[in-house]
Design a protein. Structure first.
Length: 142
């Protein structure tokens, strides 16, 4: 049985969910919110993946990219530069199966938010009901 309860929020406001969790005596620290801004942040700048071997000016001309910079040249930065790996990692942490991750990415790109709660076996039912009562769409347990 899964221990992560997920749902899609239309507006990212989880104050009602937090209130309901508190009222049920459940801690708030296991709740996660991934908003639409998380899906559009530039992965390269936010993750420090700009290739330091790129010639960006300065006019010194003493460095040779790939030789003197110590930056790997094969399989290096090209394929990772445009992927937001931080978002993939966060969704992966929610134990969402690979065949469903794209649904969550689509929701984020449409301006919705993903809400998740890392429950305990004895609180799964409570958390699921709180998510549904709060109006979250597609409430699932992974």
């Amino acid at each position: 049985m899964g221990l992560v309860v997920t749902g899609i929020s239309q507006n990212g406001d989880i104050s009602g969910i937090e209130s309901a969790l508190k009222a049920a005596g459940l801690p708030l620290d296991p709740i996660q919110l991934i908003g639409p801004d998380d899906s559009t942040q530039g992965a390269a700048s936010s993750m420090g993946m700009i290739d330091p071997g790129l010639m960006t000016g300065g006019g010194q001309g003493t460095g040779v990219p790939g030789v003197t910079s110590g930056v790997p040249t094969a399989g290096g930065y090209g394929t990772r530069y445009f992927r937001n790996e931080a978002l993939s990692d966060r969704l992966g942490d929610l134990e969402i199966p690979d065949d469903e991750v794209e649904n969550y990415v689509d929701a984020l790109q449409a301006g919705r938010s993903v809400v998740a709660y890392f429950a305990k076996p004895d609180t799964i039912g409570q958390v699921t009901e709180i998510f549904r009562t709060a109006g979250l769409a597609k409430v699932k347990t992974f």
